[in-house]
Design a protein around this ligand. Sequence first.
Ligand code: FAD
Length: 531
Amino acid sequence: MPETSAHPRIVIVGSGPIGATYARTLLEGLPDARVTMFEAGPQLTERPGQSVRNIDDPDEKARAREMSQGPQAGAMRESLGIPAGVVVEGMFTARQGTHLFDFGGEGSAHAPTFAAAAGATNVGGQGSHWTCAIPRPSFSERIAFIDDTEWDELIDRAEQLLHAQHSAFADSAVGGAIRSLLSEEFGPDLPEGYGVSTLPVSGEPQPDGSMQWGGTDFVLGPLIEDGNPLAERFELRDLSLVRRVEREASEERGDRVTGVTVEDLRTRETSFVPADLVVVAADAFRSPQLLWASGIRPAALGRYLTEHPVVITTVALDAEKMSRFATEEQLDEELAQRAKHAADPVAAVNRIPFSEPDHPFSLQVMYSENTPFPLPDDSPFRGNRWGFVNMGNGLRKRPRVEDGLTFTDDELDYRGFPNFTVDYELTDAELSEIDAATADLRRIGETLGVFVAEPRLMPNGSSLHYMGTMRMGETDDGTSVADPYSRVWGVDGLVVGGNALIPTANTMNPTLTSVAIAVRGARKAIEALSA
Ligand code: FAD
């Protein structure tokens, strides 16, 4: 860590949950530090970083999503001077609030084998659009070189920051009946502690029975509270694109960070902002791209890309099966309660977590009164009284150096950064697990009702959980970008954050893990900056 001023100046690139974890932990641990967080996208909500799922008004919600869609957003695109026409008719579509990296227009990345890869560009990052599922990693998903006791404490802290709810919607009679049916069928084969359960989520249950979904605002907490002393040392600048991490090299002190070059996207002015510590948490594609653009190019940068492939299906819940565990009166009560919160499609969330060796999948089961796609007028499932479940079985992708981003200095993307191409391939290891996950999902569907959509593998990149491109490792042996405390090997004062750090093959939603890793990195930085 560099020699610092008495008042450490910290710059954070990216305002998603991971940048927020650094901001909060560093300011709480360093009484004289100041944090400036730069975010390339706009602020969507009055309270910075809120989940757009909490916006009731459909027009407001649509507007917030549109504003996050970077090069694929109309008004936003024009305000940034990006030429119209980058959105190509008939292209692959991104989830609302996100934009594809390979959007097909001028300056688009090239990801033919990972076509659904997407990011969000807004205050709060993808954390304003996420589903809020925060399961803990288990078995081989855990990072072996972090001691179990320390890891458990880090995960506890991550759960506090995200306001984890372990029994969300546990009182839903429909959700309970789904758990009972699944437990009856699968329970005896699952190890203790890894059976059918409610899915932990980030949120705050409200007195009226609704859920306030978690976003970056939860993590920032006191930093965005009026009058809180921590807020006085925190500044969040939206529409501010960090173009380079700046360094200086000297013989005695090696390569060290001096600050960042930032472009104000409103004025188009570029300036240098000095810093003692720079944290890059700008997602698993744009963080390595920024490092590359800054001339920081360890061999593993952008490589070892993983996600978890997902097999999905939609099932109409069967009245006879469901009635074994819930009554018609309970269903009526539940539907009446749900009618009060029509804007929120999720009514109950259940799961079967990953366990080894016999259940190497993460199953998530979302109950909803409607299908996520329109049903034809003559569909026998229209108005299905017990509703539907949308389910996904996530499975592992083994990290391989061949999978990842290759940057090109002489071809720039729409932001003026070295463009990248993604190479990615599912190998026999994944293909056999995909078959097993599909068969498993079929059995789950038959346990609950009738298939409205057959189980199918989502296109590569659909999980939105991209890992490995700045992976952490125990030694600087060319297979990792950062050390076990998220510090980039060989560059003093540079820390990286996000799912890109995760070196293992995972089936679960990664944000909780990445927040825990960030808490660890921030604590180490506090030690160094206070020394
Ligand atoms: P992000 O949230 O992606 O934030 C990075 C930010 O950096 C962006 O706002 C971007 O604009 C900014 N940025 C990029 N480059 C620059 C630059 N040069 N200068 C300034 N700013 C820059 N995860 C789960 O664990 N559970 C879920 O249920 C879940 N569901 C999801 C559902 C959806 C629809 C989506 C989109 C994501 C979901 N995720 C889920 C993923 C989750 O949102 C991410 O894991 C999490 O947001 C990652 O946090 P982050 O801070 O690392 O990055």
